[in-house]
Ligand binder design. Structure first.
Ligand code: PAF
Length: 282
């Protein structure tokens, strides 16, 4: 395990001198099969893989779950054991935000809608920490999950805009066999809330069936999502939209959902017209 950017840079510089390619998988820990699928993808495409584990305070708003966000470094290291990871970068807070650090990265436009509008400052926090991680690890490729679709689009924009030369790879959502998209926040759900949360994948799947049957008008597909969600009394819906994955603003085929189940806010998405798959999480 590496805890400082200086050590990480030395390690990566050595790999580079040996002509080895480097893949970065940024995470906030509490690793599940979704994260591990990113690590696997990185290991296939790169000779060395760095997994970062850092719960980034800057991307949590006041009243969000920073304090209770699941942390299990021991379990995470165990999960990564045997996966061919070259380095786990687990910095302390002061390493990523030394006192006096005021620089922030803002992507603009993509961070103003949906998740960005509901969680002011969230994407600025993500963009800032991801930029720092890019500098620290200097990877050839970096891996993000489609589960956080807007984040993945924003990071892709950031990597291009800042001329990083880093190729952003977006890997498919991993779902439980019953359809629930894997998320570290699923750990907060009570049994009843977990059952209720299946409404997200059910709504996406219903809208997808309609799309595959020939319905392409977002104005007709959106009510399918809304009807399904409204039928679940434990779901407090934040948004259910069909947007263009390029800007998350204009109407399109990417169905994006956010809803609260008790105190847990979950998001999910699916590009309508593409087969909806649940995958065993093992
Ligand atoms: O998706 C996450 O876990 C985080 O937003 C990320 C990309 C690791 C930045 O803290």
């Amino acid at each position: 395990m590496v805890a400082t950017t200086a050590l990480l840079r030395d390690l990566v510089a050595g790999w580079r001198r040996d002509g080895l390619s480097v893949g970065l998988v940024p995470t906030m820990g509490a690793l599940h099969a979704g994260h591990l699928s990113l690590v696997r993808a990185a290991a296939v495409e790169n000779e060395r893989v760095v997994v970062s584990i850092f719960v980034n305070p800057l991307q949590f708003g006041p009243g969000e779950d920073f304090a209770r966000y699941p942390r299990d470094l021991g379990g995470d290291l165990e999960a990564l054991d045997g996966m061919g990871v070259g380095a786990v970068f687990a910095p302390r807070l002061e390493e990523m935000y030394p006192s006096g650090a005021t620089t922030r990265v803002r992507v603009g436009e993509l961070d103003e809608v949906l998740e960005g509008a509901r969680r002011p400052g969230h994407f600025e926090g993500v963009a800032t920490v991801v930029t720092k991680l890019f500098w620290a690890a200097q990877p050839d490729r970096a891996y993000f999950g489609q589960k956080d679709a807007q984040q993945a689009a924003l990071v892709t924009r950031l990597a291009e805009d800042l001329l990083t030369g880093i190729s952003i790879r977006v890997c498919p959502i991993v779902r439980e066999p019953d359809g629930l998209a894997l998320s570290s926040r699923n750990a907060y759900l009570s049994a009843a809330e977990r059952k209720a949360a299946l409404v997200l994948s059910r709504a996406l799947s219903r809208a997808n069936e309609a799309c595959l049957a020939g319905e392409e008008d977002p104005g007709r597909l959106r009510p399918i999502l809304q009807r399904e969600l409204a039928a679940e009394p434990l779901a407090e819906v934040d948004y259910a939209e069909l947007v263009d994955p390029a800007d998350f603003r204009s109407p399109g085929r990417l169905a994006v959902l956010a809803a609260r189940f008790g105190s847990t806010r979950l998001i999910d998405n699916h590009l309508l017209g593409v087969r909806f798959e649940t995958s065993p999480s093992g």
